[in-house]
Design a protein around this ligand. Structure first.
Ligand SMILES: [Zn+2]
Length: 459
């Protein structure tokens, strides 16, 4: 392809790459020029290199759009691999951990978000949402946004919520649920303070009642109304566990998907986490409505309850992206790992001809971007896109002999890590190390917080 003209020197030029620009455009020996946080131009080996203030030699490495994480619970990295909960069911795990999370304070949320973002950057992720649904104290979303801004990360904060405690037939203790008016007032305040709908935004806000098990029907309806009024997106867990079918039948008198439709959520601003157990007809119905869903491969395997058929769901018209989900169902938050596990799960389910590395990469970039309603600007590297990209490092020992296909080689060998991660044109991982000056102090604070929370829970 011929390069887009570059009228002025760019800020950064990444050259010498196998460049994945988009799902149907790769440039061997390619370069990409960045200016003002955007992709200014891309070109091939025959095109003259534009002038640049800074140059990054990709050294023949694979360069892809930054991977996008559509489902996480960042605060849960304070209870990774937490021994009392590791072999329980989803409900056992939640019941063991809710009392721990009830002790969270604002500083805990800020350091856990900071650590989570650094971890994501090291795994090649450049945009993430976070589903924060416990709010035992005020100010949690502000703390998350502070951490993301300190690091320069593109972030979709979600105002999660729970209203139904054990006394009302839910799972969480009363200390981590809130009433309807408190939640909705806080959601409005979060949108006013942090939601930036403008192109190239670094922070957006979405509304995220936790699940059919833990919130009232009224909060789902009010969230849909607030979404309609403000344009923010809607996120929740749906069809993660078979028990949910029985719960919805008993409490709401319908199937989970019918419930979603009834509360006004079957629209193009909604993306779901997991969505493992709908019927194909239900998938197609929500696909026609414009709903998206996040497959969380490692989490699904760790919990052992099945996973969606990602490419089949996409064939049926649903938008599908990837998410890492929180600890302790994942414990490692690498979007490279999730992309690889999506490939393995797809092939395990449907056979060796069913899925290629490029299909998995497409889920983690274009698919995830569409789940967040952001596919115009992120998830690809066409001129005008946000300058969010990854120069990948696969260890030369792991990559030895992988000569014929750089994308298959990247995902089949490994583990791969980000050699450089750029967000909005800024280098946030350089030579494999995060550019995060406060990291050592934050890790110390994180360690103290994790010790305090876990010690309190263990008595
Ligand atoms: Zn989740």
């Amino acid at each position: 392809m011929s390069p887009t003209p570059v009228p002025a020197p760019c800020d950064t030029l990444v050259h010498g790459a196998h460049l994945v620009v988009d799902r149907d455009l790769e440039i061997p020996g390619g370069w990409i020029a960045l200016r003002d946080g955007r992709v200014a131009a891309v070109g091939g080996p025959a095109d003259p290199l534009p002038a640049a203030a800074a140059r990054i030699d990709a050294g023949g490495r694979l360069v892809t759009p930054g991977l996008i994480n559509t489902h996480h619970h960042m605060y849960q990295n304070l209870t990774r691999a937490y021994a009392p909960a590791i072999n329980g069911s989803l409900f056992d795990w939640l019941t063991a951990l809710y009392p721990v999370w009830a002790q969270l304070d604002v500083d805990d949320v800020e350091v856990s978000t900071y650590v989570a973002i650094v971890e994501l950057l090291m795994g090649g992720c450049t945009t993430s949402s976070d589903h924060l649904y416990v709010h035992p104290r005020p100010g949690f979303l502000d703390a998350q946004v502070r951490a993301a801004r300190t690091l320069g990360f593109r972030f979709v904060a979600t105002r999660g919520s729970m209203t139904r405690s054990v006394e009302d037939g839910g799972l969480p203790p009363a200390s981590v649920v809130q009433d309807h008016d408190t939640i909705m007032a806080d959601a409005e305040a979060a949108i006013a303070a942090h939601h930036d709908p403008a192109p190239g935004a670094m922070t957006r806000v979405a509304l995220a009642p936790c699940s059919p098990f833990s919130v009232s029907e009224r909060i789902m309806v009010s969230s849909a109304e607030l979404s309609e009024r403000t344009g923010v997106r809607l996120h929740t867990h749906l069809a993660e566990d078979h028990d949910e079918d029985d719960y919805c039948a008993e409490v709401y008198g319908c199937r989970p998907v019918e419930y979603l439709e009834r509360v006004g959520w079957a629209g193009e601003r909604t993306w779901l986490a997991h969505f493992i157990y709908p019927s194909e007809e239900e998938v197609a119905r929500l696909g026609r409505a414009g709903v998206g869903a996040a497959q969380c491969p490692s989490s699904n395997m760790m919990i052992g309850h099945g996973t969606m058929d990602a490419l089949r769901w996409r064939e049926l018209g649903l938008t599908v992206g990837l998410g890492c989900d929180g600890s302790a169902s994942t414990d490692s938050a690498s979007m490279w790992m999730e992309t690889r596990n999506a490939l393995l799960l797809g092939r395990l389910r449907n056979g060796p001809a069913s899925m290629r590395a490029r299909d998995a990469l497409d889920l983690a970039t274009r698919g995830s971007a569409a789940c967040l309603g952001w596919e115009d600007e992120i998830g690809h590297l066409r001129p005008g896109a946000c300058a969010d990209l990854v120069v990948w490092e696969t260890h030369p020992v792991a990559l030895a002999g992988a000569l014929t296909d750089p994308v298959e080689g990247w995902l089949r060998t490994g583990p791969a890590r980000a050699w450089h991660t750029l967000v909005a044109g800024r280098v946030l991982v350089r030579d494999g190390e995060p550019v995060a000056p406060a990291l050592a102090e934050v890790l110390t604070a994180h360690r103290r917080a994790a010790e305090r929370l876990q010690a309190a829970a263990l008595g």
